[in-house]
Design a protein around this ligand. Structure first.
Ligand code: ADP
Ligand code: MG
Length: 341
């Protein structure tokens, strides 16, 4: 009756800078409901883990409190059931169902905003539970204050506890998520391929999972358990081409790196070897290699260097990236700029 999916747990939720507040607050609420944050309001874009977290709260709480009543619902289901209850004159059942639980998990509350009757009913549901000392958790794709048509009295209530955002995962978190999902499969992925996916799929976790599924499906077609870079690229080709992307060339990459480091246009292809130029140049070479998968020779041509210089630069940055989270952030931001129109 709780309608929870057991696959959503805290154990398999990867924590990064983008979601650590929401994750910590969720765990606190699951451990000690109605104590610290009531309601807990989790907000963020699509595919970033809101449903995962809100259901993890329910699963965790039920495991530790087997006799308690947890209700997971969505604002759409709430509305639909309310309309049915009115038509079938079962309002009392509807109320009992929603107002007698120990933990109410309401996913995607933004859809309540256009439905006046449902807002009215939910206002009373909220108050009944809150006054009885029961925990309420809500998710939305935006802040209460930024939700048009949401009644002021609901806005006020939704803001009484903690507002916790989830941001898109940064490069490091995307790598960690991919690695954790790959671990569940009987496949071998080279580090280079995981990096390729993390560099190219930057939108959200659902898309990361989708990319992985496509790669595994292609491996299935080709009857192999070893994923080559070629196979990964083939698998992601269509997905990547449907993303809004400009035509990325080495010169676009050079432009963006120069802009980021506030260097005069053309600096990176000069002969200058001072570190303030050489370091950005090496980063631009690395990004050219990772995003475009160009040969060392053709990257060399663009920078007026030979292929072994490029190879050493790429190797050097690649090693630094694994050890330096600040550099990861910088490259992440650069890649985002490069892909933006
Ligand atoms: P939302 O509800 O915000 O649209 P979901 O919770 O449905 O997003 O997440 C989309 C998919 O990504 C789900 O399969 C979920 O398990 C997975 N996911 C999201 N965030 C994480 C994370 N931090 N760690 C592991 N898996 C995640
Ligand atoms: Mg969701």
């Amino acid at each position: 009756e709780s309608a929870l999916n057991p696959k959503y747990t805290f154990d398999n939720f990867i924590v990064g800078n983008n979601n650590n507040l929401a994750q910590a607050a969720s765990l606190a609420v699951a451990e000690t409901p109605a104590h610290k944050y009531n309601p807990l309001f989790i907000y963020g874009g699509s595919g970033l883990g809101k449903t995962h977290l809100i259901q993890a709260i329910g699963n965790f709480y039920l495991t530790n409190n087997p006799g308690k009543r947890v209700l997971y619902t969505t604002s759409e289901k709430f509305t639909y059931e309310l309309v049915n209850a009115i038509r079938e004159k079962t309002n009392q059942d509807f109320r009992n169902k929603h107002r007698t639980v120990d933990l109410l998990l309401m996913d995607d509350v933004q859809f309540l905003a256009t439905k006046e009757l449902a807002q009215e009913e939910f206002f009373h549901t909220f108050n009944a539970l809150y006054e009885a000392g029961k925990q309420i958790v809500l998710t939305s794709d935006r802040l209460p204050s930024e939700t048009p048509h949401l009644a002021d009295r609901l806005k006020t209530r939704f803001q009484m506890g903690l507002l916790a955002d989830i941001q898109p995962p940064d490069y490091e978190t995307r790598l960690a998520i991919l690695k954790s999902k790959i671990e569940d499969e009987y496949f071998t992925f080279d580090e280079e391929i995981v990096e390729y996916v993390a560099n190219n799929i930057t939108s959200n976790v659902r898309d990361l999972e989708g990319a992985l599924k496509r790669i595994l499906a292609y491996a299935g077609i080709e009857r192999t358990n070893t994923i080559s870079m070629e196979l990964a690229q083939k698998a992601l080709k269509e997905i990547l081409s449907t993303l809004p992307q400009r035509n990325i060339t080495i010169s676009v990459i050079i432009d963006e790196v120069e802009k980021y480091y506030r260097l005069p246009k053309g600096s990176l292809i000069t002969k200058k070897r001072s570190n303030d130029i050489a370091y950005p140049r090496h980063i631009a070479m690395y990004i050219s290699r990772v995003i475009l998968d160009e040969s060392y020779a053709s990257i060399g041509d663009a920078f007026k260097r030979d292929h072994s210089t490029v190879m050493n630069a790429v190797k050097k940055i690649k090693k630094m990236v694994t050890e330096d989270t600040e550099l990861q952030e910088i490259i992440n931001e650069l890649v985002t700029n490069i892909k933006k129109d």
